[in-house]
Design a protein around this ligand. Structure first.
Ligand code: FAD
Length: 414
């Protein structure tokens, strides 16, 4: 196999699928290559929050436009992705949480967000089954929303295919070919794909594709866990709530509950390569950091994670202790549900950057290489506009946004 495309997108998560969709919509011949199944890793495993609330101010202009995409997504793709614009709520229990919530208000005002601080009574009105005993209020953004992670990226990939994109599952990109100072193709396990444009939307694997090119992408893998209950006899207005745990009621009445505050890092070789860059972040969050030394370290010592065909879909072990604690906390907040049991649970590895900002850029060396990765735990909501932005950079040669804060130069001494 030696095919030619205008662009090859590596990675079939929300970023890669939306990039392929917008490129195909612009008339480009595009291939989307995925080492496992489309939407297998982070993009199908997250909480589904689509939020402006709590975001870094540099991401908010993009996120506001992305909300417009989400509002029209079901009509545009012709598929249901369970999009609901019913808000994001951050419950306040203590002084630290109140200070962090209040600190977001000037940013909210600057960008004209609908965010406001609620009293405990207002919280109780919005969440009738919630017990507000020790709640001091909440930060609330009614125009934020949520969608079903198991559906969204797959729907974008199917829409891209309808527009003529070639979707190649179980096709790992092994390396990037370059000719002088420009890219000229992707070597995959099923042959070579010739192209002058390559997009890395490869999530946690991105540093491994960039390393042979001498480009540093210091992301660490952080494990997030989610459990799904059976149908619960409560109505939670289908918004995303961060309380003592995080939760979202699905349209079928089941509730996804997540271990909210902990950053759980499985130590591996990258922890030592990039660890120092994460010290400031670790110092700010040291109370919530947890580490584990186990199989991921052995696997990284055996170079398993350097081979893109070894782990078709990363499926890490859920943090059962954390999920049990999250269930207890949920029952504290909703005593009416009695005890709860999870019907299923899963985990996903997040590609975390030291400054919690993504890399979104057209590299100049090598020319023709675009990177959209490192979305640091909040890339599902903003993913579609990241894909559209990369498509704009390729098709129009420019973007409507200031992408300087998202350049990889911040890690590569430029
Ligand atoms: C538990 C959890 C909760 C989260 N909650 C939220 C939330 O509520 N809201 C939010 O906005 N974000 C959330 N996130 C983060 C969000 O899921 C991610 O930021 C987003 O999905 C990243 O999308 P992506 O397309 O960059 O990466 P991914 O979805 O990880 O996709 C990358 C794809 O690239 C493929 N790939 C990698 N290397 C190769 C190769 N060499 N060849 C071919 N294919 C390759 C991988 O197999 C993978 O399918 C959460 C994440 C987790 C794990």
């Amino acid at each position: 196999m030696n095919q030619r495309f205008d662009a090859v997108v590596i990675g079939g998560g929300i970023v890669g699928a939306t990039t392929a969709y917008y490129l195909a919509k612009a008339g480009k011949r595009v291939a989307l290559v995925e080492k496992g199944r489309i939407n297998g890793e982070q993009s199908s495993r997250n909480w589904g929050a689509v939020r402006t609330q709590g975001r870094h101010s540099t991401e908010i202009p993009m996120m506001l436009d992305c909300l417009e995409i989400w509002r029209g997504i079901e009509a545009e793709l012709g598929e249901n992705v369970d999009w609901r614009q019913q808000g994001q709520m951050r419950l306040i229990y203590d002084r630290g949480m109140r200070e962090r919530s209040e600190a977001f208000m000037p940013i909210a005002r600057e960008f004209g967000l609908t965010t406001r601080l609620l009293t405990p009574r207002e919280v109780a009105d919005l969440l009738p089954h919630y017990d507000p005993r020790d709640c001091q209020g909440a930060l609330f953004t009614p125009t934020d929303g949520n969608a079903e992670p198991e559906k969204a990226a797959s729907a974008f990939a199917r829409a891209a295919a309808r527009l003529g994109a070639t979707i190649m599952e179980f096709t790992a990109a092994l390396s990037i070919d370059r000719w002088n100072d420009a890219v000229c193709g992707v070597e995959t396990e099923r042959g070579r794909l010739a192209c002058e444009t390559i997009v890395l939307a490869s999530g946690v694997w991105t540093s491994r594709l960039l390393k042979p090119l001498g480009i540093k992408h210091p992301s660490l893998w952080v494990r997030g866990s989610v459990g799904r209950t059976g149908v619960l006899p409560i109505e939670m207005r289908k918004l995303v709530v961060w309380g003592k745990c995080a939760y979202r009621q699905r349209p079928d009445g089941r509730v996804n509950i997540a271990v909210a505050e902990d950053g759980f890092h499985d130590l591996m070789l990258d922890s030592f390569t990039y660890g120092l860059k994460f010290l400031p972040l670790a110092k700010r969050n040291w109370r919530n950091l947890r580490f584990s030394l186990g199989k991921p370290m052995i696997r990284s010592l055996m170079a398993e994670f350097d081979d893109f065909t070894t782990h078709r879909t990363l499926d890490p072990r859920p943090d059962w202790t954390g999920l049990a604690r999250a269930a207890d906390r949920f029952v504290e907040e909703y005593p009416g549900v009695g005890s709860i049991q999870y019907e299923r649970a899963w985990a996903g590895y997040i590609d975390y950057m030291p400054d919690e900002l993504p890399v979104i850029e057209a590299l100049s060396e090598p020319n023709g290489l675009f990177v959209a990765a490192g979305l640091s735990g909040h890339g599902f909501g903003i993913g579609p506009i990241v894909g559209k932005t990369i498509s704009d950079l390729i098709v129009r040669g420019r973007s409507d946004y200031d992408l300087a804060p998202f350049s990889s130069r911040r890690f590569n001494g430029g």
